[in-house]
Unconditional design. Structure first.
Length: 365
């Protein structure tokens, strides 16, 4: 089977790229404008180019990409444009400049003419302005000659082996002139009763109750689940597992939140400053976590009275343990929270590979 070349636009730290790499694609390049994220990208995807380019400036960005391809042909373009404009927690403003960032993907697809493309975004995009944004994206790529499929409903990461309730929508397109049919998204691999809980994801990591921990420490126990075994497969040490220093008062407030509970469980007058949707939420050991966000102070460990570490959140995002995040802790948390879960990306990538091979085979009959 041939290896297909991929470039990743708005790559961040590389969640989509990691998933496609795990599905045996050849990742040529990640493109972003965030220096710490690109350092993390290059540190982990060592055979790929980590290119800093302003994708708002399409002409210049395309030239930069071309100059770094080293003669390689792009088979697939993948992209996760910033979601704040589309997000249900954002402004939902159709004129938000970030909503136009998919145009950078349009320009890249138009210029490089890949066999296929994938765009990931938040579920809010589907209903934004009564579906006009979604319709506009489909029509734009159809006009470029692509058969465009979009998820009927957002894919739930937990259905694909990720221990997290994270919903995302995807657009996938294949070139019509190469006789590709419309892509079908992969069926869930897990039913809700088989979803992986947070304990199965992170229970083997040091508790950090009376210490903040150190970088690159050896594992102190055997894997407690198949998921932990998978995450630890290529790693001998634990990266990014450093605790946060809490005051005694904060620890007490956290202690008042029961497993699986939230701010509604706090005594009257406690934690009033942070009573919004996701605040003061404690994970449930037997259920997937809530959506990992770009901060790290809204959720608590299911057992210990502290916020999760970068590594714990990375595990809940399905990043393997040998994937090390660089930068300050704030930057690392942002990189983890902005990423597409690699296992979800891998599930789609494997299906895309089957579709690519089918078309490639038909083409060469």
């Amino acid at each position: 089977m041939r290896k297909y070349n991929v470039i990743d636009l708005f790559s961040g730290a590389g969640g989509l790229s990691q998933g496609f790499k795990q599905a045996d694609f050849n990742i040529l390049m990640g493109v972003d404008f965030d220096d710490p994220a690109l350092k993390t990208y290059k540190h982990n995807l060592k055979d790929s180019v980590a290119l800093k380019a302003d994708l708002f400036d399409e002409e210049s960005a395309i030239k930069d990409i071309e100059n770094n391809l080293n003669g390689n042909k792009i088979d697939v373009i993948i992209a996760g444009p910033p979601c704040q404009g589309f997000s249900l927690t954002g402004s939902r403003d159709i004129n938000d400049s970030r909503n136009k960032l998919y145009v950078a993907v349009v320009h890249a697809v138009k210029h490089f003419k890949p066999t296929a493309f994938l765009i990931e975004n938040v579920p809010g995009m589907a209903t934004l302005y009564k579906g006009k944004v979604k319709e506009q994206i489909i029509n734009t790529f159809e006009d470029l000659g692509y058969a465009v499929s979009v998820t009927d409903k957002p894919l739930l990461a937990a259905d694909y082996g990720v221990p997290q309730i994270r919903k995302r929508m995807f657009f996938v397109g294949y070139r019509k002139d190469l006789n590709y049919e419309y892509f079908k998204f992969p069926e869930p691999t897990l039913t809700p009763d088989k979803h992986i809980g947070t304990a199965d994801a992170i229970s083997d990591l040091p508790a950090l109750v009376d210490e903040l921990g150190e970088e690159n420490v050896p594992y102190h126990m055997e894997p407690q689940s198949e998921y932990q075994r998978l995450m630890r497969e290529n790693s001998l040490v634990i990266h990014n597992h450093i605790g946060t220093r809490h005051t005694d008062e904060v620890k007490w407030v956290i202690s008042q939140v029961p497993e699986g509970g939230n701010h509604k469980d706090l005594p009257p007058g406690v934690g009033d400053s942070r009573k919004f949707n996701e605040a003061w939420t404690r994970y449930h050991s037997q259920k997937p976590s809530k959506t990992i966000d770009t901060g790290h102070r809204n959720h608590f460990h299911y057992k210990w009275n502290r916020v999760p570490t970068v590594r714990e959140n990375a595990r809940l995002q399905s990043f393997p343990d040998d994937f090390e995040f660089l930068g300050t802790k704030t930057q690392q948390n942002r990189q983890v929270g902005n990423a597409v879960p690699p296992l979800l990306a891998q599930a789609i990538a494997e299906e895309m590979l089957i579709h690519l091979e089918k078309g490639f085979t038909d083409e060469n009959k």
